[in-house]
Write a protein that binds this ligand. Structure first.
Ligand code: UDP
Ligand code: MN
Length: 307
């Protein structure tokens, strides 16, 4: 159960949330979780009075396994931490009415599945979590930390006015593909073009959600409304299946000021699927990431380097 109301007594809490479902059924996810948590613990440093609060969105069987695994992974932690498990069924119930209408634009198949709502948690987190929770980072399990996770939270202080979240760009030409029709009709567009001048879209593996700003932003909350989602999806000829990252990518084309761009090193994705599926000629323009790697993201089951 969640009691975020109690979470305001200590000086400074750093909240991080991970989706953690069906983990009991997947050895591969368990291995990824081990790499993520051990690397987070290895590099994690916090000040006196600071607490890292780890939130997991989970089912019963995954929670039981997760609690056992966390006991092992966190035993050498040099910092204080707290762990909260959120019931995926309860959160889905809260989310469904808010995100139902957008699911058909950004889900595989018809998008009608109730259970798919959870893939849009980040989109409506500001309505789901208690008001006392003002900032949270959402992290995939297939990550490897190479630096102190506390440094990631410092990025919140670099948000320009109007930004509601921090997110890194997508590092494959997937949105060059998704926006194919729009790009054909608008040959000079930056939509789907590679960095540094183009708009390659976002990846949802590492996200900073400024819940206070999300609640306060009239623009952001307008964009959540079904009619406006439909309008933009029609304008951009958008049909995706990647959930929240599709929604953020689409609204980011129209309103880039809502997003603080994280350096690519904060979410260094390693998947190369699109290189071998028709985009080999432009792949490196998207994949390239200069500068230090703070977090590796072994997306699409990509191996993560050992160093
Ligand atoms: N996830 C989960 N259970 C699953 C599959 C995924 O909890 O059965 C969560 C997990 O946090 C994972 C995230 O959803 O990191 C996104 O999935 P994944 O990282 O596999 O997608 P990719 O980054 O490869 O697109
Ligand atoms: Mn991932």
């Amino acid at each position: 159960g969640l009691r975020v109301g109690d979470m305001t007594t200590v000086d400074q809490r750093y909240h991080a949330l991970m989706m953690f479902t069906k983990v009991d059924r997947s050895r591969s996810l368990q291995d990824k979780f081990r790499v993520a948590m051990l690397s987070m613990v290895k590099h994690g440093r916090f000040l006196e009075g600071e607490v890292l609060v780890l939130h997991f969105v989970s089912d019963q069987a995954s929670q039981e396994l997760g609690q056992r695994m966390l006991q092992e992974f966190l035993q050498d932690a040099s910092f204080e931490y707290e762990i909260f498990f959120h019931d995926v069924v309860e959160l889905t119930h809260e989310l469904f009415p808010i995100v139902e209408a957008m699911q058909k634009h950004f889900s595989a198949g018809s998008g009608a599945y109730y259970s798919d709502s959870i893939f849009f948690l980040s989109v409506a987190m500001h309505h789901i979590m208690p008001e006392s929770l003002t900032r949270i980072v959402q992290l995939d399990l297939d990550l490897k930390y190479r630096t102190n996770i506390r440094d990631l939270f410092q990025e919140f202080d670099r948000f320009p006015p109007g930004a509601v979240m921090g997110i890194a760009r997508e590092m494959q030409p997937v949105y060059r593909h998704t926006f194919w029709q729009y790009r054909k009709e608008n040959p000079n567009t930056r939509v789907g073009e590679p960095p540094p001048d183009g708009l390659p879209g976002f990846n949802s593996g590492v996200m900073l959600l400024d819940l206070s700003s999300m609640r306060a932003s009239a623009l952001y909350n307008q964009l959540l409304k079904p009619d406006n989602v439909a309008k933009l999806a029609d304008q951009y000829r958008f049909r995706g299946h990647l959930g929240d990252q599709d929604f953020f990518t689409m609204i980011g084309m129209e309103h880039p000021e809502l997003f603080h761009s994280l350096a690519c090193g904060w979410n260094r994705q390693l998947c190369t699927w699109w290189r071998d599926h028709g985009y080999g000629d432009v792949f490196q323009l998207y994949y390239r990431c200069d500068g230090p790697v703070y977090i590796y993201h072994g997306n699409c089951n990509s191996p993560i380097p050992d160093d």
